[in-house]
Design a protein around this ligand. Structure first.
Ligand code: GDP
Length: 451
């Protein structure tokens, strides 16, 4: 996510490290480098101009903090300004006073609307809402079917034209405006409290597409119109956003495909150019690759200061509280930490999503990207397989596992015996460490044995 921009900015700041005082020339040089980094990342020219203007003004101005050295001060200014261009405060869905809240998705074909519809519905469902998805994209063959699949994954019902008939021909003959209207009526009758209307996109901006979207907007009077945009489309993002803003109008933006190697800067410009906030980010094809967009946290990630808040929230969402309590109690009682407990913790961790993505949220992760990128999420599956090949007794008392058992376990789990040895060794050390910590009466159980 914003990798190259992040690299460029952090290396610019490195040059300022250790400087006792910044001369005007230092500030000029830094501003020039930041400017180049932003332009290379596809941030729109007027946005860059404004940004650099602000940074220079503040850096040259009398803004001096006793607590920060000059280099840190520049980082702080850049951070503040990044938060500003990203939209300032986090903007959440505004719910209708009289449900259902109607959310309409617009954007080009392939932007990721249908995928997003599934993710957003899951997100809302997890927050206790009762969403209904409405398939009003009757343009793209298979879009209705795709939404039905996404809905099923999210556990959210889908209102589609001709219920029960998923024939592309039938769907294609439907009227999207009518489908959208019927979908919202259905939600009202059946008391769903949020409706997400997926609409058709085209490969490029065209008048007919805008008209259809505008007609749907008029028909269903949405509380939110979310413009979904692929972060990988580069400079075109700004023009596309403007066209949709003029043609249909929208209340918020969703950036998709932020997992790609996109320069992403164009997407950063959308807020400044349209004045509409980025509300969500999509970072992959899985249902869990979805985040509420927090400008401050995103700025922090770009400047490689990590995003620990998001990590904690993700943990809270997926962590099973009863299990966590049981673990903590075991720790207090100084009971042995077993491989079963370890397996359990790994499963909890897996629920949080990709390990690689989680690690990338740690402060300093950008600087270690190359190493982290080599992290293979399947490694966790291998460890799981090894533990599962052990008998229940072995998992509680791994010391009894002798050479021939190790070979058998390796065979059973399809790994080399050295991996079994490695796991047992690390686990033994971790167990000792936990004992010491428990005896010392402090700390929380960590994640022993992690590769
Ligand atoms: P729509 O035409 O706007 O409905 O776009 P789709 O939802 O069908 O998405 C187009 C393609 O992009 C599909 O292959 C999706 O799996 C993929 N896609 C959507 N969102 C993301 C994302 O955040 N990251 C990645 N890597 N792929 C995505």
């Amino acid at each position: 996510m914003f990798n190259s921009l992040s690299d460029r900015l952090t290396s610019t700041f490195k040059n300022l490290k250790g400087k006792g005082r910044l001369t005007d020339a230092d500030i000029d040089a830094t501003a020039r480098e930041i400017r180049r980094a932003l332009l290379d990342a596809d941030v729109a020219v007027p946005v860059v101009r404004e940004f650099i203007g602000q940074v220079k003004e503040r850096a040259l101005g009398s803004e001096v903090s006793q607590a920060l050295n000059p280099g840190q001060q520049v980082v702080k200014i850049v951070n503040d300004e990044l938060v500003q261009i990203l939209g300032g405060d986090t903007r959440r869905i505004s719910l209708a006073k009289n449900p259902p809240t109607v959310i309409m998705l617009v954007g080009l074909q392939g932007a990721g609307k249908t995928t997003l519809a599934g993710k957003l519905s899951k997100h809302l469902k997890d927050q206790g809402h009762t969403p209904l998805l409405v398939a009003a994209d009757l343009q793209r063959p298979n879009a209705v079917k795709q939404l039905q699949v996404n809905g099923e994954r999210a556990g959210v019902p889908v209102f589609a034209p001709h219920p029960g008939v998923s024939s592309e021909f039938e769907a294609a003959t439907g009227d999207p405006v009518q489908v959208a209207r019927d979908g919202v009526a259905e939600a009202r009758n059946r008391q769903y409290d949020v409706v997400i209307v997926d609409t058709a996109g085209r490969l490029g901006v065209d008048a007919e597409l805008m008209e259809q979207a505008a007609n749907i907007r008029t028909a269903v009077q949405p509380d939110e119109v979310l413009f979904v945009i692929d972060a990988m489309i580069g400079q075109d993002a700004v023009a596309t956003a403007q066209a949709f803003n003029d043609g249909v109008g929208f209340t918020g933006v969703v950036l998709t495909k932020l997992d790609g190697d996109a320069r992403g800067g164009a997407a950063l410009s959308v807020r400044s150019v349209t004045g509409k906030p980025v509300m969500f980010a999509s970072t992959g094809e899985a249902l869990t690759d979805f985040e509420v967009f927090h400008p401050d946290r995103m700025a922090s990630r770009i400047l490689d200061m990590g995003d620990v808040m998001s990590l904690i929230e993700q943990a809270e969402r997926s962590w099973d509280k009863a299990e966590a309590q049981k673990m903590a109690q075991k720790f207090v009682d100084q009971e042995d930490f077993t491989l079963d407990d370890f397996l359990n913790q790994m499963q909890q961790l897996k629920k949080m999503g990709s390990m690689k993505k989680l690690l990338m949220m740690m402060p300093g992760a950008q600087g270690m990207r190359q190493q982290l990128e080599q992290f293979d999420d399947r490694q966790i599956d291998r460890i799981e397989a090894i533990i599962r090949s052990m008998t229940p007794h072995e998992r509680v008392a791994p010391k009894i596992i002798n050479g021939s058992r190790r070979a058998r376990i390796a065979k059973g789990s399809g790994v080399h015996v050295s991996e079994v040895n490695g796991l047992l060794e690390r686990f033994g050390q971790a167990q000792k460490m936990m004992k010491k910590m428990a005896a010392g009466g402090g700390g929380m159980p960590g994640m022993p044995g992690m590769p």
